[in-house]
Ligand binder design. Structure first.
Ligand SMILES: C[S@@+](CC[C@H](N)C(=O)[O-])C[C@H]1O[C@@H](n2cnc3c(N)ncnc32)[C@H](O)[C@@H]1O
Length: 299
């Protein structure tokens, strides 16, 4: 039975699409409603906000979720296949954490982080550790150092909810039957035909030249990667697939920047208000746009 609301993401993840979700769901391909699309492919799944929203509306779609981050895809598989074991494990860590004072909590956080970085662990243990680190770590970041070790510091939340069983169970139900793969976005190509809808939410292009590169995993996603992605998306279009892609709009910082307008020329390119940016100096106050690009009309 589908409940009234789609499950929310169970991870905090940079670039999460919860806020943009209504704008994205208002722009689905008309062929989905007509039942002509059978498969859904998402090559940068992150916290999966869009997947959960889409699956809730179209539960019969054959879903294929890909991300370059192997820890992320491991968590998805464990949530799909072993959710009850995961909940027990996470509740145990959560109780141990809550029983400590401030110093003890920090010590436990760093002990879990060390265990996570030692790598060899049962998948359920590893997934529980990552969910714990994600709830308790500073700002819910996922960040690794040059050697690939997770290095986010302890976040000091007063009363954190470490395990949310109903959220995990709802996510598990949504993931039932989904294919989950680790890899580069280009690996998604073999899954796509003319009855496929593809949503792409790549790491953001840095808004200004001075901003540090966007690094969710160890590889930066710079302009060359954005070009490689655009070529991939054009190939999907030629194959007859429907695609929707979102990205930050470089015109927020530089009104003359036409990087994405040139890259995706010929497709439907929209600028949608995303969030209020309030800079400390007030200079950047106002609406920040997000780009939504697709190869079909309607909405
Ligand atoms: C902006 S986030 C996606 C946000 C997501 N849509 C959400 O709602 O949270 C980008 C994701 O792309 C992944 N990624 C980075 N480079 C990639 C690549 N070359 N191929 C596939 N995934 C990649 C990152 O691990 C990250 O999870």
């Amino acid at each position: 039975m589908t409940s009234a609301k789609p499950p929310r993401p169970f991870l905090k993840w940079a670039g999460g699409k919860t806020q943009l979700l209504p704008a994205l769901l208002a722009r689905l391909p008309p062929d989905l409603e007509q039942g002509l699309i059978r498969r859904y492919v998402e090559p940068f799944v992150g916290s999966g906000a869009f997947f959960f929203g889409l699956h809730h509306r179209y539960p019969a779609l054959d879903c294929c979720l890909i991300d370059a981050n192997p820890d992320l895809t491991l968590v998805y598989r464990v949530v799909r296949d072993r959710v009850e074991e995961l909940i027990v494990r996470l509740e145990t860590i959560g109780e141990a954490y809550r029983a400590q004072d401030g110093t003890g909590r920090a010590a436990l956080y760093y002990a879990v982080r060390d265990r996570f970085n030692a790598v060899a662990a049962d998948p359920v243990e590893r997934a529980a550790d990552l969910l714990f680190l994600n709830r308790i770590g500073y700002n819910g970041l996922y960040r690794t150092n040059a050697s690939g070790e997770f290095n986010v510091p302890h976040g000091r939340y007063r009363n954190p909810r470490i395990c949310r069983p109903e959220l995990l169970r709802a996510a598990s139900r949504a993931l039932e039957g989904a294919r989950i793969g680790v890899g580069d976005f280009s690996d998604a190509g073999r899954l796509v035909n003319d009855r496929t809808f593809v949503y792409l939410d790549p790491p953001y292009r840095p808004l200004s030249r001075t901003a540090s590169f966007t690094a969710y995993s160890r590889q930066p996603f710079g302009d060359d990667e954005q070009r490689r992605l655009a070529a991939f998306v054009r190939a999907l279009d030629e194959r007859g697939a429907r695609f929707m892609l979102s990205n930050s709009d470089p015109r927020n910082a530089d009104p003359g920047d036409d990087f994405f307008d040139a890259l995706y020329e010929g497709f439907v390119i929209e600028r949608v208000p995303a969030r209020r940016a309030i800079n400390r100096d007030g200079a950047g106050r106002g609406t920040i746009n997000e780009l939504i690009i697709r190869n079909y009309g309607g909405a």
